[in-house]
Write a protein that binds this ligand. Structure first.
Ligand code: ADP
Length: 468
Protein backbone atom coordinates (compact mmCIF):
# COMPACT_ATOMS: atom_id res chain seq x y z
CA UNK A 1 0.00 0.00 0.00
CA UNK A 2 1.01 3.65 -0.39
CA UNK A 3 2.79 5.23 2.59
CA UNK A 4 0.48 7.03 5.03
CA UNK A 5 1.66 10.35 6.40
CA UNK A 6 1.10 11.76 9.87
CA UNK A 7 -2.19 13.52 10.50
CA UNK A 8 -3.56 12.16 7.29
CA UNK A 9 -7.24 11.28 7.02
CA UNK A 10 -7.25 8.78 4.23
CA UNK A 11 -10.13 7.00 2.58
CA UNK A 12 -9.72 3.71 0.82
CA UNK A 13 -12.38 2.34 -1.52
CA UNK A 14 -12.26 -1.41 -1.97
CA UNK A 15 -13.98 -4.28 -3.70
CA UNK A 16 -12.57 -7.33 -1.90
CA UNK A 17 -12.25 -7.60 1.90
CA UNK A 18 -9.04 -9.67 1.69
CA UNK A 19 -7.41 -6.73 -0.11
CA UNK A 20 -8.51 -4.39 2.67
CA UNK A 21 -7.23 -6.77 5.36
CA UNK A 22 -3.82 -6.83 3.64
CA UNK A 23 -3.68 -3.05 3.51
CA UNK A 24 -4.94 -2.39 7.02
CA UNK A 25 -2.66 -5.00 8.62
CA UNK A 26 0.27 -3.44 6.76
CA UNK A 27 -0.81 0.06 7.87
CA UNK A 28 -1.29 -0.83 11.57
CA UNK A 29 1.62 -3.33 11.54
CA UNK A 30 4.03 -0.60 10.38
CA UNK A 31 2.96 1.63 13.27
CA UNK A 32 3.25 -1.18 15.82
CA UNK A 33 6.64 -2.32 14.61
CA UNK A 34 7.94 1.25 14.90
CA UNK A 35 6.78 1.43 18.54
CA UNK A 36 3.62 3.40 17.83
CA UNK A 37 0.00 2.67 18.87
CA UNK A 38 -2.64 1.14 16.67
CA UNK A 39 -6.40 1.37 17.13
CA UNK A 40 -8.63 -0.95 15.09
CA UNK A 41 -12.29 -0.02 15.03
CA UNK A 42 -13.99 -2.71 12.97
CA UNK A 43 -16.48 -5.58 12.82
CA UNK A 44 -15.49 -8.49 15.05
CA UNK A 45 -14.79 -10.77 12.06
CA UNK A 46 -12.52 -8.16 10.54
CA UNK A 47 -10.74 -7.69 13.88
CA UNK A 48 -10.12 -11.44 14.04
CA UNK A 49 -8.71 -11.45 10.49
CA UNK A 50 -6.54 -8.49 11.34
CA UNK A 51 -5.10 -10.15 14.44
CA UNK A 52 -4.29 -13.27 12.43
CA UNK A 53 -2.42 -11.25 9.80
CA UNK A 54 -0.52 -9.13 12.33
CA UNK A 55 0.54 -12.31 14.12
CA UNK A 56 1.52 -13.86 10.79
CA UNK A 57 3.69 -10.78 10.18
CA UNK A 58 5.58 -11.60 13.36
CA UNK A 59 3.99 -9.10 15.71
CA UNK A 60 3.15 -9.99 19.31
CA UNK A 61 -0.41 -8.70 19.34
CA UNK A 62 -1.16 -9.71 22.92
CA UNK A 63 1.94 -7.96 24.18
CA UNK A 64 1.02 -4.79 22.27
CA UNK A 65 -2.47 -4.99 23.76
CA UNK A 66 -1.11 -5.34 27.29
CA UNK A 67 1.15 -2.34 26.70
CA UNK A 68 -1.85 -0.30 25.59
CA UNK A 69 -0.42 0.01 22.07
CA UNK A 70 -3.00 -2.10 20.27
CA UNK A 71 -6.63 -1.27 20.98
CA UNK A 72 -9.51 -3.04 19.29
CA UNK A 73 -13.08 -1.75 19.36
CA UNK A 74 -16.08 -3.58 17.93
CA UNK A 75 -17.56 -1.08 15.47
CA UNK A 76 -21.13 -2.29 16.08
CA UNK A 77 -20.75 -1.77 19.84
CA UNK A 78 -19.30 1.71 19.28
CA UNK A 79 -22.18 2.63 16.99
CA UNK A 80 -24.62 1.61 19.74
CA UNK A 81 -22.79 3.97 22.09
CA UNK A 82 -22.54 7.03 19.88
CA UNK A 83 -25.69 6.88 17.77
CA UNK A 84 -28.88 8.60 18.75
CA UNK A 85 -31.41 7.04 16.39
CA UNK A 86 -30.16 7.73 12.86
CA UNK A 87 -27.90 10.57 14.02
CA UNK A 88 -24.46 10.53 15.61
CA UNK A 89 -24.15 12.25 18.96
CA UNK A 90 -21.11 14.55 18.61
CA UNK A 91 -20.53 14.82 22.38
CA UNK A 92 -20.46 11.08 22.93
CA UNK A 93 -18.21 10.54 19.91
CA UNK A 94 -15.66 13.16 20.91
CA UNK A 95 -15.57 12.07 24.57
CA UNK A 96 -15.04 8.43 23.63
CA UNK A 97 -12.36 8.92 21.01
CA UNK A 98 -10.40 11.73 22.60
CA UNK A 99 -9.99 9.37 25.59
CA UNK A 100 -9.00 6.40 23.44
CA UNK A 101 -6.55 8.48 21.37
CA UNK A 102 -5.01 10.18 24.42
CA UNK A 103 -4.41 6.77 26.05
CA UNK A 104 -2.82 5.42 22.88
CA UNK A 105 -0.64 8.50 22.47
CA UNK A 106 0.92 8.17 25.92
CA UNK A 107 4.63 8.94 25.92
CA UNK A 108 4.33 10.70 22.60
CA UNK A 109 3.66 7.52 20.65
CA UNK A 110 2.43 8.06 17.08
CA UNK A 111 -1.16 6.79 16.70
CA UNK A 112 -2.68 5.05 13.67
CA UNK A 113 -6.39 4.31 13.54
CA UNK A 114 -8.33 2.11 11.20
CA UNK A 115 -12.08 2.92 11.41
CA UNK A 116 -15.04 1.13 9.88
CA UNK A 117 -17.88 3.07 11.54
CA UNK A 118 -18.61 5.13 8.45
CA UNK A 119 -18.58 2.09 6.21
CA UNK A 120 -21.21 0.36 8.38
CA UNK A 121 -23.39 3.46 8.32
CA UNK A 122 -23.03 3.74 4.55
CA UNK A 123 -24.02 0.08 4.17
CA UNK A 124 -27.09 0.96 6.23
CA UNK A 125 -27.77 3.72 3.68
CA UNK A 126 -27.20 6.31 6.42
CA UNK A 127 -24.85 8.48 4.38
CA UNK A 128 -25.69 11.61 6.33
CA UNK A 129 -24.47 10.14 9.64
CA UNK A 130 -21.38 8.68 7.92
CA UNK A 131 -20.44 12.10 6.64
CA UNK A 132 -21.08 13.64 10.05
CA UNK A 133 -18.69 11.15 11.67
CA UNK A 134 -16.04 11.94 9.05
CA UNK A 135 -16.36 15.59 10.10
CA UNK A 136 -16.06 14.63 13.78
CA UNK A 137 -12.82 12.77 12.99
CA UNK A 138 -11.58 15.92 11.26
CA UNK A 139 -12.49 17.94 14.37
CA UNK A 140 -10.39 15.55 16.48
CA UNK A 141 -7.50 15.91 14.05
CA UNK A 142 -7.35 19.62 14.90
CA UNK A 143 -6.59 18.97 18.58
CA UNK A 144 -4.78 15.64 18.36
CA UNK A 145 -2.14 14.01 16.24
CA UNK A 146 -3.00 10.71 14.63
CA UNK A 147 -3.39 9.08 11.26
CA UNK A 148 -6.79 7.79 10.26
CA UNK A 149 -7.58 5.16 7.66
CA UNK A 150 -11.25 4.83 6.63
CA UNK A 151 -12.60 2.32 4.16
CA UNK A 152 -15.77 2.02 2.12
CA UNK A 153 -16.80 -0.90 -0.04
CA UNK A 154 -17.88 0.32 -3.47
CA UNK A 155 -21.16 -1.54 -2.90
CA UNK A 156 -21.92 0.44 0.27
CA UNK A 157 -22.27 3.56 -1.86
CA UNK A 158 -25.44 2.09 -3.32
CA UNK A 159 -26.63 2.04 -6.96
CA UNK A 160 -26.23 5.80 -7.43
CA UNK A 161 -23.48 6.03 -4.82
CA UNK A 162 -20.59 7.02 -7.01
CA UNK A 163 -22.33 10.13 -8.17
CA UNK A 164 -24.35 10.98 -5.06
CA UNK A 165 -22.14 10.16 -2.08
CA UNK A 166 -18.57 9.59 -3.23
CA UNK A 167 -18.10 13.29 -3.87
CA UNK A 168 -19.04 14.13 -0.25
CA UNK A 169 -16.90 11.34 1.17
CA UNK A 170 -13.82 12.31 -0.81
CA UNK A 171 -14.28 15.92 0.28
CA UNK A 172 -14.10 14.89 3.95
CA UNK A 173 -10.64 13.27 3.58
CA UNK A 174 -7.14 14.52 3.00
CA UNK A 175 -6.40 11.65 0.63
CA UNK A 176 -8.46 9.28 -1.44
CA UNK A 177 -7.23 5.86 -2.53
CA UNK A 178 -9.22 4.24 -5.33
CA UNK A 179 -10.31 0.61 -5.12
CA UNK A 180 -7.78 -2.15 -5.81
CA UNK A 181 -8.70 -2.67 -9.47
CA UNK A 182 -7.17 0.76 -10.04
CA UNK A 183 -4.54 0.90 -7.26
CA UNK A 184 -3.15 -2.48 -8.36
CA UNK A 185 -1.90 -0.90 -11.62
CA UNK A 186 1.80 -0.56 -11.18
CA UNK A 187 3.12 1.68 -13.95
CA UNK A 188 1.96 5.15 -14.94
CA UNK A 189 0.99 3.78 -18.38
CA UNK A 190 -1.16 1.07 -16.84
CA UNK A 191 -2.87 3.65 -14.66
CA UNK A 192 -3.49 5.97 -17.57
CA UNK A 193 -4.97 3.06 -19.48
CA UNK A 194 -7.11 2.16 -16.46
CA UNK A 195 -8.39 5.75 -16.30
CA UNK A 196 -9.23 5.71 -20.01
CA UNK A 197 -11.08 2.42 -19.56
CA UNK A 198 -12.97 3.82 -16.57
CA UNK A 199 -13.83 6.95 -18.51
CA UNK A 200 -15.09 4.83 -21.39
CA UNK A 201 -17.15 2.73 -18.97
CA UNK A 202 -18.55 5.86 -17.31
CA UNK A 203 -19.51 7.31 -20.69
CA UNK A 204 -21.10 4.00 -21.66
CA UNK A 205 -23.00 3.87 -18.36
CA UNK A 206 -24.17 7.43 -18.80
CA UNK A 207 -25.51 6.53 -22.22
CA UNK A 208 -27.18 3.42 -20.85
CA UNK A 209 -28.78 5.39 -18.03
CA UNK A 210 -30.05 7.98 -20.50
CA UNK A 211 -31.39 5.24 -22.78
CA UNK A 212 -33.11 3.60 -19.80
CA UNK A 213 -34.59 6.90 -18.68
CA UNK A 214 -35.86 7.48 -22.20
CA UNK A 215 -37.32 3.97 -22.27
CA UNK A 216 -38.92 4.59 -18.90
CA UNK A 217 -40.49 7.78 -20.22
CA UNK A 218 -41.77 5.93 -23.28
CA UNK A 219 -43.13 3.20 -21.04
CA UNK A 220 -44.99 5.70 -18.88
CA UNK A 221 -46.38 7.39 -21.99
CA UNK A 222 -47.40 4.04 -23.49
CA UNK A 223 -49.08 3.09 -20.24
CA UNK A 224 -50.99 6.36 -20.13
CA UNK A 225 -52.02 5.93 -23.78
CA UNK A 226 -53.13 2.39 -23.07
CA UNK A 227 -55.19 3.52 -20.10
CA UNK A 228 -56.75 6.28 -22.16
CA UNK A 229 -57.54 3.85 -24.97
CA UNK A 230 -59.09 1.45 -22.46
CA UNK A 231 -61.18 4.25 -21.01
CA UNK A 232 -62.30 5.29 -24.47
CA UNK A 233 -63.18 1.70 -25.30
CA UNK A 234 -65.16 1.41 -22.08
CA UNK A 235 -66.97 4.67 -22.79
CA UNK A 236 -67.71 3.50 -26.33
CA UNK A 237 -69.08 0.21 -25.00
CA UNK A 238 -71.20 2.04 -22.47
CA UNK A 239 -72.48 4.40 -25.17
CA UNK A 240 -73.28 1.46 -27.41
CA UNK A 241 -75.27 -0.30 -24.69
CA UNK A 242 -77.10 2.89 -23.87
CA UNK A 243 -77.72 3.49 -27.55
CA UNK A 244 -79.08 -0.01 -28.12
CA UNK A 245 -81.61 0.40 -25.34
CA UNK A 246 -82.64 3.87 -26.60
CA UNK A 247 -82.79 2.63 -30.20
CA UNK A 248 -84.91 -0.37 -29.26
CA UNK A 249 -87.28 1.89 -27.35
CA UNK A 250 -87.42 4.57 -30.04
CA UNK A 251 -88.04 2.06 -32.80
CA UNK A 252 -90.75 0.33 -30.84
CA UNK A 253 -92.76 3.49 -30.16
CA UNK A 254 -93.71 4.29 -33.79
CA UNK A 255 -94.13 0.58 -34.42
CA UNK A 256 -96.66 0.30 -31.57
CA UNK A 257 -98.57 3.34 -32.80
CA UNK A 258 -98.50 2.03 -36.35
CA UNK A 259 -99.73 -1.37 -35.22
CA UNK A 260 -102.53 0.22 -33.17
CA UNK A 261 -103.85 2.23 -36.12
CA UNK A 262 -103.65 -0.79 -38.40
CA UNK A 263 -105.66 -2.88 -35.92
CA UNK A 264 -108.28 -0.15 -35.84
CA UNK A 265 -108.52 -0.03 -39.62
CA UNK A 266 -108.77 -3.84 -39.82
CA UNK A 267 -111.47 -4.00 -37.16
CA UNK A 268 -113.54 -1.39 -38.99
CA UNK A 269 -113.10 -3.21 -42.29
CA UNK A 270 -114.27 -6.48 -40.77
CA UNK A 271 -117.21 -4.95 -38.88
CA UNK A 272 -118.60 -2.22 -41.13
CA UNK A 273 -120.52 -3.00 -44.27
CA UNK A 274 -119.90 0.45 -45.61
CA UNK A 275 -116.48 2.02 -45.58
CA UNK A 276 -116.14 5.53 -44.18
CA UNK A 277 -113.56 6.82 -46.62
CA UNK A 278 -112.70 9.89 -44.55
CA UNK A 279 -112.06 7.96 -41.34
CA UNK A 280 -110.12 5.33 -43.24
CA UNK A 281 -107.95 7.95 -45.01
CA UNK A 282 -107.19 9.60 -41.70
CA UNK A 283 -106.25 6.31 -40.04
CA UNK A 284 -104.05 5.20 -42.94
CA UNK A 285 -102.45 8.68 -43.01
CA UNK A 286 -101.40 8.13 -39.38
CA UNK A 287 -100.06 4.69 -40.28
CA UNK A 288 -98.06 6.24 -43.10
CA UNK A 289 -96.64 8.97 -40.82
CA UNK A 290 -95.44 6.35 -38.34
CA UNK A 291 -93.95 4.31 -41.17
CA UNK A 292 -92.11 7.51 -42.28
CA UNK A 293 -90.71 7.97 -38.78
CA UNK A 294 -89.59 4.35 -38.69
CA UNK A 295 -87.96 4.68 -42.10
CA UNK A 296 -86.18 7.85 -40.97
CA UNK A 297 -84.84 6.16 -37.82
CA UNK A 298 -83.67 3.09 -39.69
CA UNK A 299 -82.04 5.34 -42.34
CA UNK A 300 -80.21 7.22 -39.58
CA UNK A 301 -78.90 3.92 -38.24
CA UNK A 302 -77.75 2.91 -41.71
CA UNK A 303 -76.07 6.30 -42.28
CA UNK A 304 -74.27 6.05 -38.96
CA UNK A 305 -72.95 2.64 -39.85
CA UNK A 306 -71.91 3.97 -43.30
CA UNK A 307 -70.11 6.86 -41.59
CA UNK A 308 -68.31 4.42 -39.30
CA UNK A 309 -67.08 2.54 -42.34
CA UNK A 310 -66.25 5.76 -44.22
CA UNK A 311 -68.82 4.83 -46.82
CA UNK A 312 -71.14 7.82 -46.62
CA UNK A 313 -70.41 9.75 -49.77
CA UNK A 314 -71.87 12.94 -51.19
CA UNK A 315 -72.09 13.55 -54.91
CA UNK A 316 -72.22 17.22 -55.67
CA UNK A 317 -74.12 18.22 -58.78
CA UNK A 318 -75.58 21.51 -60.01
CA UNK A 319 -78.93 22.10 -58.26
CA UNK A 320 -81.36 24.88 -57.42
CA UNK A 321 -81.26 25.07 -53.62
CA UNK A 322 -84.15 27.60 -53.43
CA UNK A 323 -86.56 25.20 -55.13
CA UNK A 324 -85.30 22.30 -53.02
CA UNK A 325 -85.92 24.32 -49.82
CA UNK A 326 -89.48 25.21 -50.86
CA UNK A 327 -90.25 21.59 -51.76
CA UNK A 328 -88.99 20.28 -48.41
CA UNK A 329 -90.98 22.92 -46.50
CA UNK A 330 -94.14 22.03 -48.46
CA UNK A 331 -93.67 18.40 -47.52
CA UNK A 332 -93.03 19.11 -43.81
CA UNK A 333 -95.73 21.74 -43.22
CA UNK A 334 -98.59 19.17 -43.18
CA UNK A 335 -96.83 17.40 -40.28
CA UNK A 336 -97.88 20.24 -37.95
CA UNK A 337 -100.82 22.56 -37.53
CA UNK A 338 -99.24 24.46 -34.63
CA UNK A 339 -96.35 25.85 -36.63
CA UNK A 340 -96.16 28.05 -39.68
CA UNK A 341 -93.08 27.54 -41.77
CA UNK A 342 -92.10 30.47 -43.96
CA UNK A 343 -89.38 30.57 -46.56
CA UNK A 344 -87.35 33.62 -47.40
CA UNK A 345 -85.26 32.74 -50.45
CA UNK A 346 -84.52 34.00 -53.95
CA UNK A 347 -86.41 32.47 -56.84
CA UNK A 348 -83.36 30.45 -57.84
CA UNK A 349 -80.16 29.67 -56.02
CA UNK A 350 -77.76 27.57 -58.04
CA UNK A 351 -75.28 25.55 -56.09
CA UNK A 352 -73.25 22.35 -56.30
CA UNK A 353 -74.77 19.96 -53.82
CA UNK A 354 -75.92 16.42 -53.24
CA UNK A 355 -79.62 17.23 -53.39
CA UNK A 356 -80.84 14.10 -51.62
CA UNK A 357 -78.40 14.55 -48.73
CA UNK A 358 -79.18 18.28 -48.47
CA UNK A 359 -82.89 17.45 -48.37
CA UNK A 360 -82.14 15.00 -45.54
CA UNK A 361 -80.30 17.69 -43.54
CA UNK A 362 -83.03 20.30 -44.02
CA UNK A 363 -85.76 17.78 -43.16
CA UNK A 364 -83.91 16.94 -39.97
CA UNK A 365 -83.59 20.62 -39.02
CA UNK A 366 -87.28 21.25 -39.73
CA UNK A 367 -88.38 18.15 -37.81
CA UNK A 368 -86.25 19.28 -34.85
CA UNK A 369 -87.66 22.82 -35.08
CA UNK A 370 -91.18 21.33 -34.89
CA UNK A 371 -90.27 18.76 -32.23
CA UNK A 372 -88.48 21.17 -29.93
CA UNK A 373 -91.06 23.97 -30.09
CA UNK A 374 -93.99 22.08 -28.53
CA UNK A 375 -96.03 25.25 -28.13
CA UNK A 376 -95.89 25.94 -31.83
CA UNK A 377 -95.03 29.28 -33.40
CA UNK A 378 -93.35 30.46 -36.55
CA UNK A 379 -90.42 28.66 -38.12
CA UNK A 380 -88.35 30.75 -40.51
CA UNK A 381 -86.21 29.29 -43.23
CA UNK A 382 -83.86 31.76 -44.90
CA UNK A 383 -81.54 31.23 -47.83
CA UNK A 384 -79.05 34.01 -48.63
CA UNK A 385 -75.65 34.63 -50.01
CA UNK A 386 -73.32 36.28 -47.51
CA UNK A 387 -70.93 39.08 -48.47
CA UNK A 388 -68.01 36.61 -48.22
CA UNK A 389 -69.59 34.46 -50.96
CA UNK A 390 -70.85 31.69 -48.68
CA UNK A 391 -74.33 30.31 -48.98
CA UNK A 392 -76.22 30.60 -45.72
CA UNK A 393 -79.24 28.41 -45.09
CA UNK A 394 -80.83 28.87 -41.66
CA UNK A 395 -83.78 27.40 -39.76
CA UNK A 396 -85.06 29.46 -36.85
CA UNK A 397 -87.71 28.32 -34.35
CA UNK A 398 -89.23 29.83 -31.20
CA UNK A 399 -89.01 26.65 -29.14
CA UNK A 400 -87.23 25.48 -26.00
CA UNK A 401 -83.79 26.40 -27.32
CA UNK A 402 -80.47 24.68 -26.72
CA UNK A 403 -78.59 25.23 -23.43
CA UNK A 404 -75.73 27.61 -24.40
CA UNK A 405 -72.98 25.25 -23.18
CA UNK A 406 -74.36 22.38 -25.27
CA UNK A 407 -74.53 24.13 -28.65
CA UNK A 408 -71.53 22.11 -29.86
CA UNK A 409 -72.24 18.85 -28.09
CA UNK A 410 -75.65 18.38 -29.71
CA UNK A 411 -73.71 17.53 -32.89
CA UNK A 412 -72.05 14.58 -31.14
CA UNK A 413 -73.12 11.06 -31.92
CA UNK A 414 -76.10 9.91 -29.76
CA UNK A 415 -76.09 13.18 -27.85
CA UNK A 416 -79.46 14.34 -26.60
CA UNK A 417 -80.10 17.17 -24.20
CA UNK A 418 -81.62 15.81 -21.01
CA UNK A 419 -85.36 16.10 -20.70
CA UNK A 420 -87.18 12.98 -21.74
CA UNK A 421 -90.32 14.90 -22.63
CA UNK A 422 -88.80 16.06 -25.90
CA UNK A 423 -86.79 12.99 -26.66
CA UNK A 424 -88.15 11.17 -29.63
CA UNK A 425 -85.13 10.45 -31.80
CA UNK A 426 -81.83 8.66 -31.57
CA UNK A 427 -79.55 11.66 -31.11
CA UNK A 428 -78.11 10.99 -34.57
CA UNK A 429 -79.82 13.55 -36.82
CA UNK A 430 -77.47 16.47 -36.14
CA UNK A 431 -74.42 14.20 -36.06
CA UNK A 432 -75.21 12.89 -39.55
CA UNK A 433 -76.16 16.38 -40.75
CA UNK A 434 -72.79 17.78 -39.69
CA UNK A 435 -70.95 14.96 -41.49
CA UNK A 436 -72.93 15.61 -44.67
CA UNK A 437 -72.35 19.38 -44.55
CA UNK A 438 -68.66 18.92 -43.83
CA UNK A 439 -68.40 16.59 -46.81
CA UNK A 440 -69.76 19.50 -48.84
CA UNK A 441 -66.85 21.55 -47.49
CA UNK A 442 -69.28 23.53 -45.35
CA UNK A 443 -70.13 24.02 -41.71
CA UNK A 444 -73.24 23.71 -39.54
CA UNK A 445 -73.75 25.21 -36.11
CA UNK A 446 -76.44 26.23 -33.64
CA UNK A 447 -76.96 29.68 -32.24
CA UNK A 448 -79.34 31.19 -29.73
CA UNK A 449 -81.06 34.18 -31.28
CA UNK A 450 -82.55 37.04 -29.30
CA UNK A 451 -86.21 36.41 -28.60
CA UNK A 452 -85.67 32.73 -27.71
CA UNK A 453 -85.72 29.46 -29.61
CA UNK A 454 -82.79 28.34 -31.67
CA UNK A 455 -81.27 28.96 -35.05
CA UNK A 456 -79.40 26.31 -36.99
CA UNK A 457 -77.12 27.68 -39.69
CA UNK A 458 -75.60 25.86 -42.65
CA UNK A 459 -72.72 27.57 -44.45
CA UNK A 460 -71.66 26.30 -47.87
CA UNK A 461 -68.71 27.65 -49.82
CA UNK A 462 -68.56 28.37 -53.53
CA UNK A 463 -72.26 28.90 -54.19
CA UNK A 464 -73.35 30.45 -57.45
CA UNK A 465 -76.60 32.29 -56.76
CA UNK A 466 -78.92 33.33 -59.50
CA UNK A 467 -80.78 36.47 -58.42
CA UNK A 468 -83.17 36.50 -61.32
P1 ADP B 1 -82.77 13.79 -31.89
O1 ADP B 1 -83.13 12.61 -32.70
O2 ADP B 1 -82.65 13.52 -30.43
O3 ADP B 1 -83.58 14.99 -32.21
P2 ADP B 1 -80.61 15.27 -33.09
O4 ADP B 1 -79.20 14.85 -33.38
O5 ADP B 1 -81.41 15.74 -34.24
O6 ADP B 1 -81.28 14.06 -32.34
O7 ADP B 1 -80.55 16.40 -31.98
C1 ADP B 1 -79.74 16.23 -30.85
C2 ADP B 1 -80.29 17.00 -29.68
O8 ADP B 1 -80.17 18.39 -29.93
C3 ADP B 1 -81.76 16.77 -29.44
O9 ADP B 1 -81.96 15.64 -28.62
C4 ADP B 1 -82.19 18.05 -28.76
O10 ADP B 1 -81.94 17.97 -27.39
C5 ADP B 1 -81.25 19.11 -29.35
N1 ADP B 1 -81.92 19.87 -30.42
C6 ADP B 1 -81.84 19.64 -31.76
N2 ADP B 1 -82.55 20.58 -32.44
C7 ADP B 1 -83.07 21.40 -31.52
C8 ADP B 1 -83.92 22.56 -31.59
N3 ADP B 1 -84.35 23.06 -32.78
N4 ADP B 1 -84.28 23.16 -30.43
C9 ADP B 1 -83.85 22.69 -29.24
N5 ADP B 1 -83.03 21.60 -29.11
C10 ADP B 1 -82.68 20.95 -30.23
Amino acid sequence: MTAVRENEHLVQFYEDEAFLLDNVSEFLGNTLSKGGSAIALARSTFLAGLEARLTEAGLDVEDAQRAGRYTTLDAHDVLKLIMDGRQADAGRFLTLFSGVIDDAALAGRPVSIFGELVSLLAEDDNHEAALHIEQLWNDLLVTRTFTLYCAYTLESLGPNGMTKHSHDICGAHTRVVPAESYSAQLTEDDRTQAIVELQAQAAQLKLEIEARQELEKQLVAALAAEQQARQQAETALHQRDEFLSIAAHDLRTPLTVLYGHLQLVLRRLRRDETIDREAMTEALGLVSAQADTLTMLVNQLLDTSRLDQGKLEVHREPADLATLVRQVVERRQPATDKHTITVNAPARFDVQIDSLRMEQVLTNLLDNAIKYSPDGGPIDVTLTMRPDGCTELAVRDRGIGVPPDLCERIFDRFFQVNGKQYRSGLGLGLYISRQIIEQHGGHIYAELPEGGGSRFVILLPDAVPDDD
